[in-house]
Design a binder for this molecule. Structure first.
Ligand SMILES: [Zn+2]
Length: 459
């Protein structure tokens, strides 16, 4: 139901820098004010009772692939399905990637994706993507920035598909500096990965079950070092997507301590799943890049997340289904990689880091909402409960636990890597742009279409 005014009372408001009992007043699409919990609510304002619940800014997922075509496979969801699943999972802003198809210009890929954002039930931001450098790219990046996109994805691997060569990486980073932008880098050393894969072929282990050894930890840290050197030399900021190894995270932390504006993203699956899944019955369902790592590596990544070395958690949502994952499972170089996860991101992190290991809930808000908003140039519009910010709010009852079953989820696929796990951190109420879209298991269509967000220059 849509309200022009709304009060959320009785709950504990949590931002990344404070939490406490407070009432939140919403007017139209925005937050009007916060008030002491003891202040009376003026007559005539509809009230949501948040007693016993946490009131958080809606999740901002900095890394989602919506209707992505790579190789022979296209993920199963469009903006409508992906944002609906996001909202069910407490995420109210997604950031998608405009990866150009072969022969397509980055600018055209951006325009097409921005138009699609209005099919969503919540707002979406976007990363552009450059694969090949040519004389037209600087002007395209200027036009892309004028459209409100300041982040650009670069892949250091997937030769002949989306890989950018080292000169392209440097040229894009340099151009983005003038535009207040930042590169988002998938850092794995391509030549080391091709070497790892060739060895896997020789051992007869290039199938899904052998996936972990087809992309080494060393390949990740090697590429991170090279890109950090470029960032240091240019004085440019850089964001590393889906870091899966402690060594790579440590490289970023060290660079940061030396003044480089470098940021670490990791994903729920690098904190909550390990490579034992490749020894199971359906290893293909767990094929993602980088691969799931050993239990020891996972616990080292978790330790770094708890120590504050992880800036953001992105789902790297890729909505393939069982059939797509199964078809080419005999060759991980061909099969679709990536895991569905936009809906389970917050519950997995809340359960693993907050409930099991004591991460403060303010830090949970930082890595799942506030920091992703900052590093996409959409803060304080998103990522904070404050006057003037968008009224994207979620209510979580920390005592409520649910067992994951793909049939109960809303992603456009038929499996979840977390099947059978008991998770907390589910949003019982989700308010999107001042409208109660989800309440106690009832999903009401948002009458306000999603918007393509405009990013401000990054700090
Ligand atoms: Zn990705």
């Amino acid at each position: 139901m849509a309200y022009s005014q709304l009060a959320i009372v009785g709950g504990t408001v949590v931002n990344d820098d404070w939490s406490g009992p407070a009432s939140v007043f919403v007017q139209g699409r925005r937050i009007a004010r916060l008030a002491a919990a003891t202040d009376p609510v003026p007559e005539g304002i509809p009230v949501i009772d948040a007693s016993g619940r946490l009131v958080l800014p809606g999740g901002v997922d900095p890394h989602t692939h919506i209707q992505m075509s790579l190789g022979d496979y296209t993920t199963r969801d469009g903006y409508r399905e992906a944002t609906t699943a996001a909202v069910w999972g407490g995420t109210t802003t997604v950031v998608d990637f405009a990866i150009p198809r072969p022969g397509e210009r980055p600018l055209d890929a951006v325009r097409q994706r921005q138009a699609a954002a209005t099919e969503g039930v919540c707002d979406a931001a976007l990363h552009a993507c450059v694969v090949e450098w040519d004389d037209t790219v600087p002007e395209q990046l200027r036009q892309i920035a004028a459209l409100g996109i300041r982040t650009v994805k670069l892949f250091t691997t997937y030769r002949d598909v989306v890989m950018a060569d080292p000169a392209t990486v440097v040229n894009v980073m340099r151009t983005l500096q003038e535009l207040g932008g930042m590169a988002y880098v998938h850092a794995e050393s391509n030549h080391l990965i091709e070497h790892d894969q060739q060895r896997a072929v020789e051992r007869g282990q290039i199938d899904a079950a052998g996936h972990a050894s087809s992309r080494s930890e060393l390949a990740e840290v090697t590429a991170v070092r090279e890109v950090l050197s470029a960032a240091r030399s240019l004085g440019a900021p850089v964001y590393f997507v889906h870091q899966s190894t402690p060594a790579a995270i440590d490289e970023v932390r060290r660079a940061r301590s030396e003044g480089v504006r470098a940021y670490t993203e990791t994903c729920p699956h690098y904190l909550a799943l390990d490579d034992q899944h490749y020894a199971g019955d359906s290893p293909e369902l767990f094929v993602c890049c980088p691969p799931l790592r050993s239990p020891a590596t996972v616990s080292d990544v978790v330790a770094r997340a708890l120590a504050g070395d992880v800036d953001t958690i992105g789902s790297d949502h890729c909505c393939y289904d069982r059939t797509q994952k199964w078809t080419d499972r005999s060759d991980v170089r061909v099969m679709p990689n990536g895991l569905p996860g936009v809906e389970t991101r917050l519950p997995v992190i809340f359960t693993e880091l907050v409930q099991r290991r004591g991460m403060p809930v303010e830090r949970f808000v930082a890595i799942t909402s506030a920091n992703p908003a900052r590093l996409n140039g959409i803060y304080p519009q998103k990522g904070v409960i404050a006057p003037g910010s968008d009224a994207d709010l979620i209510l979580i009852d920390p005592t409520e636990r649910r067992t994951v079953s793909a049939t109960d989820l809303h992603m456009a696929t038929d499996y979840s890597p977390y099947e059978g796990r008991e998770l907390a951190g589910w949003a019982s109420t989700v308010i999107v742009g001042g409208t109660v879209v989800l309440d106690d298991g009832v999903f009401a269509d948002n009458p306000l279409p999603g918007r393509a967000l405009v990013s401000q220059p990054l700090p």
